[in-house]
Ligand binder design. Structure first.
Ligand code: CP
Ligand code: NVA
Length: 308
């Protein structure tokens, strides 16, 4: 049995296999050929933070695969009132077939997984957002943009950045990360990804000048400057991140056919301009839709592992 907590635990071949299953299920769905591999299974979804895409995609995905999804907010279950994580894990995993968790500390999900009898999926922690990267890479494959990849990430060194670093280290492309000083990526995640990168030939560069990062990039991506849990810092961050907005001027430095990705939600006038966002909205909303397909690939893959 495997958990999906970070891309660090997966090989390149496994990551591509998961995405490939998702693409096949997507293609079949468009032809009204339905994969019901998770019939009679229940996915428990524990949310300690808000969500639009993660909730809708996991719940819909589970329904389409013939199963059922349970939405459990921490306001409704005893976890939010202090029932230990290890007890919650043992109870839920004795009744459900898979668990998806969106929470703050990454250690929470690690502890949950260590007590869980069923696969646990990271639906976002403060450190990683790996399911989003499955959808992002699937989108680049569909747009024939996955070869000779040079990705520029502009903005906050956060969970999205860390997951880009792990994807890059595993798949072996070039990633340039531009953050303001003091908002760099986590040192430990950087060290780990650079170590993995030695095997794949990936190049990961960190810097503080977004223009240098974006120059001749084939993909430009960003994320909110204020992640969930940092709301009190919002005003200060808006001042510090001045100059890090991805707009037409910034994008013009990238390759002519460069793609723009955003995990959403997108804050116009902050990390991205309204004009730039709308120009690239087709690919961005395909990226959002691909959460559904990539995660179906993931759930099917995790279920198949259990039978091996
Ligand atoms: N990108 C993403 O995870 O969106 P939600 O926060 O809406 O789930
Ligand atoms: N970095 C953002 C991602 C939202 C999908 C956050 O953690 O709020």
């Amino acid at each position: 049995m495997r958990h999906f907590l970070t891309l660090k635990d997966f090989t390149k071949e496994e990551i591509l296999e998961i995405i490939d299953i998702g693409l096949t299920i997507k293609k079949n769905l468009k032809n009204k050929v339905y994969n019901k591999e998770l019939e009679n299974q229940t996915l428990a979804m524990i949310f300690e933070k808000s969500s639009t895409r993660t909730r809708v995609s996991f719940e819909t995905g589970m329904t389409q695969l013939g199963g059922h999804a349970l939405f459990l907010s921490n306001r409704d279950i005893h976890l939010g009132r202090g029932e230990p994580i290890k007890d919650t894990a043992r109870v839920i995993s004795s009744m459900c077939d898979m668990v998806m968790i969106r929470t703050f500390e990454h250690s929470m999900i690690e502890e949950f997984a260590s007590y869980s009898k069923v696969p646990v999926i990271n639906g976002l922690t403060d450190t990683y957002h790996p399911v989003q990267l499955l959808a992002d890479y699937m989108t680049l494959l569909e747009h024939n943009s996955a070869d000779n990849l040079v990705v520029a990430y502009v903005g906050d060194g956060n969970n999205m950045t860390h997951s880009w670093m792990m994807l890059c280290a595993k798949l072996g492309f070039e990633l340039r990360i531009a953050t303001p000083k003091g908002y760099e990526v986590d040192e430990k995640v950087l060290e780990e990804s650079l170590e993995i990168a030695k095997q794949s030939g990936a190049v990961i560069k960190t810097m503080n000048d977004p223009k240098v990062a974006v120059k001749d990039a084939t993909v430009v991506t960003t994320d909110t400057w204020t992640s969930m849990g940092q709301e009190d810092e919002k005003e200060e961050r808006i001042k510090i991140f001045n100059g890090f907005m991805v707009d037409d001027a910034m994008m013009s430095l990238a390759k002519d056919e460069a793609k723009f990705l955003h995990c959403l939600p997108a804050y116009r006038g902050l990390e991205v301009s309204e004009e730039l966002f709308e120009k690239h909205s087709k690919i961005v909303f395909n990226e959002a839709e691909n959460r559904l397909h990539a995660q179906k690939g993931l759930m099917v893959w995790l279920d198949r592992q259990r039978d091996l």
